[in-house]
Each structure stands twice: as structure tokens, then as C-alpha cells.
Write a protein that binds this ligand. Sequence first.
Ligand SMILES: Cc1ncc(COP(=O)(O)O)c(C=O)c1O
Length: 392
Amino acid sequence: MITSKVPALLGGPPTFQPSLGFTRPAVPSYAELAPEFEDILNTGMLTKGPRLARLEKALQEHLGSPNVICVNSCTSGLILGIQSLQLTGEVIVPSFSFMATFHALRWNNLTPVFVDCNPYSLTIDLKAMEAAITPRTCAVMSAYVFGNPPDLDGLDALCKKHGLVHFCDSAHGIGTLIDGVPAGNHADFEVFSCSPTKLLTAAEGGVVSTRRPEIAEWIRSGRDYGNPGSYDCDFAGLNARMSEFHAAIMLAGLPRLESYVLARAHLVELYKQRLGHLPGLRFQEIRAGVRSSNKDFPIFIEAKAFGLHRDQLQKALLAEGIPTRAYFDPPGHQLTAYKQELDLPVTAQMCAEVICLPISSLMVDEEAERVCQCLLELHRQAPALAQAMPLG
Ligand SMILES: Cc1ncc(COP(=O)(O)O)c(C=O)c1O
């Protein structure tokens, strides 16, 4: 319970002691993994072993996907998947995404053409995407945002119409369902991340899912230097293999994935019930038929109506021991590596308004309740706080 109604930035004690984590990885216990790790060490099959094969089969069944290839990160899966298409030219991509989305293009000598996102779903704006097509365009790269998928069917149809390939950065997508179909069954290929902040983690890892067997074959060889087994490589691949230790962690986590999705959906409901009435605060819109993984829980803060700018709120929450993330600020086209003078007004607005609150598959109601109480209190005291924190 909050003991003092005075926000920390106005001299009160912080709400959380010790600090609440922004997120917490859900991993199997050491006791559960110890026999697996022991077997890996005793057999000496540290990589390219039976657990990787079992994991790929289990994921294939779970996703209902014809081809699943596990790699050591989403980034390497994206790089190899794009490499398999042997593209040249420009790729249309939403600027409101994580840096690895763009890096995968750069590593393939492709030029990102940044476009705006939709202000409600936060995913790529299909009108902006179509307007950006030129004779140099070879592909569209879309991305899930916090678990919410882009309009994949719409994108697939538009890409077909214009003769473009479409691949998706589905880093946030594991656990998402689209009209009852698991993420991973759209576009030319999709890639999940299994890093610690994701619902299903391998500690580090990535999963490529594709309907196209030739893409799968390329990635299988490409994760092993491009060596098809003959020691004569066909192309310059990577070492992007997933070790047996990582595969064991993920294999043990997979049966729990559904419970993680449900736990997050419950927390999101709680957040929405407690915060939904606040002026100047709104939520990401998830279209009918979609069940988001809720990898993150974003809220949008409209400064004038709320009484505090997103940055002020973030600072005040942190002073209370509540860490948040302002994903994805700065957006792609403003990152130093990609800097371009572009007018993407929706992306600019989202970068100023969106803040992700703490969420994890292990978070308990009491923690979310306290985040809400704190946020409600900060909103009540917004005028004094705004004065104490002039915007730079
Ligand atoms: C949208 C997006 N794409 C790609 C990645 C990179 O994933 P990985 O760390 O598995 O390479 C992330 C990481 O969180 C991400 O958020």
C-alpha cells in the first residue's frame, strides 16, 4: 500500500522498496533443468543435438507451421531470412520498431524506407506503405508491436498486388493468435525472438517460421556458415546455431506458454479497469479476432489532457521505484545509424506519448495494483509535479 500520498519527486518516500522490475523472465527452475544440462554435458552434445530437433518439432506442432528453424537470435533469423530472398533495392519498413528490424536490412545491403504507423494499433500504416512503393521497392518488412500483429492479410494482399515479398519481424509475436491461428503463419517468413523479455525464452534465441521450404533450407544451412554439410559453402552464412542448453530451456518453457499469455491478459485487464477512466490516457487498440501476446503493455499519454508529459510521468514513476520504457523513442529514421529528415507525424506523436508499464508472466496482481495506485496518485498531483519538473 502507498504509505505517503506525497510523490517522491515532491519529497515523499518511493512506493516500491526495492524497485519493481520492468519485466522478469519466466524460466523453468534449476531443478527441472539440471538433469537436462547434466545429460548435455555428459554426452558432449552441446550443440546440433537432440534437444534442438525436439524443440523444432514441438514448435512446428504448436504453431501449425510446416517449417520451423531455431537460431541464436531474432536478429540473425531476420538477417538469414532476408538473405535467402537475394533482394536488391528498397524495403518499406515502419519507423516505429526496434533497431534490430532495420539492422537486418542493412546487413543485407538493403535500403530501409521508413513509413508511419497507425496511431491506434501502432503497427505499419497500410496506406503509407502503399504510397511509398517505387520502382526500386523490392519488399515490405512489417513488425508486431508489443504483441499486436500488423494487418498481415492486408499486407500480404497488397504485396501480391504489387509483386513484392513481405516478411515480418515477429519478435514480440510468440503467443499471439490471429483469428485463432498462431503467429508465424503469415508473410513469406516470420521471426520470433526468444530473448529474456519475451514470453517464451531460451535465454537468447530466435525462431523462424515459414511456409516456403526453400527459405527454410537456406536458413538451416545459413545458421551453420552456409555449409550444406559438404564443407563447401554456397554462400556467406553465419554461426547462428541455438545450443542444446538454450533449446533445453525453451523446450521446458513451451508447455507453459499458454499460461503466460493468460497471466498477461489478466494483468492487462486489471490495468485497463483501474486506469481506463483517466483523462488523456488511452490504450493500444487490438483489432477483433486478434489475441495479443501482450509482450508489453503500452499506454498513451496525451500531455495536455493528462496534466503531465510522458517524460515527466516516466520520471515520476521511476522516482517511485517503478521502471517503464519509452519504446520506440527514438524511432528508426532518427537513430544515428539511419538518420533521415522525414516527416512521419504519427510516429513522432507516438514516440512522445507511448510508455510501457511493467508487465511479466510472473507479475502478481498486487504489483500491478500498486503501479495503478501510484499512477492515479501522480495524476491527482499532476499540476504540482509538472511545476517541479519543467520539460527541457
Ligand atoms: C521488434 C524487435 N525486433 C527484433 C528484436 C531483436 O531480437 P533478438 O534480441 O532476439 O535478436 C527485438 C528485441 O527485443 C525486438 O523488439
